[in-house]
Write a protein that binds this ligand. Structure first.
Ligand code: FPP
Length: 246
């Protein structure tokens, strides 16, 4: 499409991305899967920069799922090392660009070194007021939802909360995304049309954008295409077309 007539007044506040296809991108080039992940980091950098520049407020990237622990150990280790190395290398740059880093997921399941590096970057950038970069690490929506239910049930058991009073807002407050609005747009690269255990509650009304492009080839042009496509859609939230006309 490459038509970047983007309306800055109607940007999604929050974009979530499933960065898929690093492995296939590498295989197509006769390379090791890890090579694809390294190239994927370049796309991460470019998309974070563009998103920050045009004024997106929240960007959530699915970097590692709960299920990804089941990959061959060498790949898991390489991904964790890549995360640590990338954050170490980029933390100052993120800070300079006023990016605020967050991590959602089962933080305790990450290797200690990874936790430490992430926590440092989170602390360094905590006062920043630009784009919120939210990395989903060892994250899965079922894990998150079950956690929320456990916390709510515990509060009900101890009398802190009356089951009758549980609302969407209260439920939302128990998710790891409680500090963020729901994404208006979810992008998945590399041709699969699935949600794959990503933000199941938060994506209830999101526009979904699927592209065959593998993540390492998803750069500024492709990101702006996705936003332009989003802006062509009519978001009705269950209402009729007539009801939402201004
Ligand atoms: C999906 O491709 C990608 C991942 C599981 C990892 C994503 C990680 C990065 C882009 C690098 C680190 C990220 C940050 C935020 C610094 P895949 O391996 O599932 O590809 P395939 O479906 O072709 O096998």
């Amino acid at each position: 499409m490459h038509n970047h007539s983007i309306d800055k007044e109607r940007l999604p506040k929050h974009i979530a991305i499933i960065m898929d296809g690093n492995g296939r991108w590498a295989k197509e080039r006769g390379q090791d899967r890890i090579f694809g992940h390294h190239e994927g980091v370049l796309s991460v950098r470019e998309v974070v920069n563009v998103a920050g520049e045009i004024g997106i407020e929240y960007l959530t990237l699915y970097a590692f799922s709960t299920e990804n622990w089941n990959r061959p150990k060498a790949e898991v280790d390489a991904l964790m090392e890549l995360l640590v190395a990338t954050i170490r290398k980029e933390a100052e740059e993120l800070n300079r660009k006023n990016v605020r880093l967050h991590v959602i997921g089962d933080f305790a399941a990450l290797p200690v070194l990874c936790q430490k590096e992430m926590q440092e970057a989170i602390d360094i950038t905590a006062a920043n007021t630009g784009i919120n970069l939210i990395l989903a690490l060892s994250y899965s929506a079922k894990w998150e939802l079950i956690n929320a239910v456990k916390q709510i049930a515990e509060k009900a058991k101890t009398g802190l909360l009356n089951p009758e009073d549980i609302t969407d807002e209260i439920f939302h407050n128990h998710l790891c995304t409680s500090a963020f609005p729901d994404p208006e747009l979810m992008i998945r690269t590399s041709g699969e049309s699935r949600i794959s255990n990503f933000l199941l509650y938060q994506l209830a009304y999101s526009e979904l954008y699927f592209t065959p492009i593998h993540w390492p080839d998803f750069r500024k042009e492709q990101f702006l295409d996705a936003i332009a496509d989003y802006q062509l859609r009519e978001r009705r939230f269950g209402k009729t077309s007539e009801q939402i006309q201004p």
